[in-house]
Write a protein that binds this ligand. Structure first.
Ligand SMILES: O=C(O)CCC(=O)C(=O)O
Length: 196
């Protein structure tokens, strides 16, 4: 776990993530946590999954093939991933997603090259400093790091305000008063320290 709060008030990282998170989740969103992912050679979170132990938020019965594409699926929480090392080709272990799979209403049908409506995994190639957002309901994984380079990513998560209690037991921000010194009302609100 990386606390990192001392870098937040007024910093570029905070300004970027706070404004983007509010655009996706609404003004009442809450910051959850920031973790670092470090994958040495041949390491990865390489099993296909949706997050929270494959928790499908909008499951469908077998006879309903998928969610209606005209619906904009609600997003309750999501991650930013910020590459700290280049992930410019497959050997470096880019994150993989199965596009559209958050509309499936199902968990992973297979670990072997899963597809949704004929579309297979796509990789996110990026350079250190690039940032991408993803919905945890989309089938995803970190592909195996087949290089000798260590792969570093920063992952920062936000959720809608009404869901913040869902994570209260697992996310321990552990902020001291000194770390919050000078935090403005906006920052306190998104940390759940004060009503909006
Ligand atoms: O390492 C990655 O790019 C994916 C991480 C991941 O799947 C996760 O945090 O749930």
């Amino acid at each position: 776990m990386v606390a990192g709060f001392e870098a937040l008030p007024g910093g570029w990282f905070w300004a970027l993530t706070d404004s983007l998170a509010k655009a996706v989740l609404g003004a009442d969103c809450r910051y959850l946590d920031t973790v670092a992912i470090r994958n040495g050679p041949s390491q990865a979170i390489d099993f296909w999954h949706v997050d929270l132990n494959n928790y499908v938020e909008f499951p469908l019965p077998a006879e309903v093939p998928r969610h209606d594409p005209r619906i904009r699926m609600p997003v309750f929480w999501f991650s930013f991933q910020i590459a700290l090392t280049d992930l410019e080709s497959s050997e470096f272990g880019p994150t993989q997603f199965v596009p559209g799979s958050h509309y499936s209403g199902r968990g992973l049908p297979t670990q072997d090259n899963p597809t949704f409506e004929g579309v297979g995994p796509k990789e996110v190639f990026c350079r250190a400093g690039d940032i991408y957002l993803f919905n945890h309901q989309t089938w995803h994984r970190g592909s195996p790091n087949r290089s000798q380079r260590v792969r570093y990513l920063l992952q920062t998560q936000f959720c809608v305000g009404t869901m913040s209690q869902r994570f209260a037991g697992s996310v321990q921000h552990g902020m001291t008063d000194a770390m919050l010194d000078g935090a403005d009302a906006k920052l306190l609100a998104v940390l759940g320290r004060k009503a909006n």
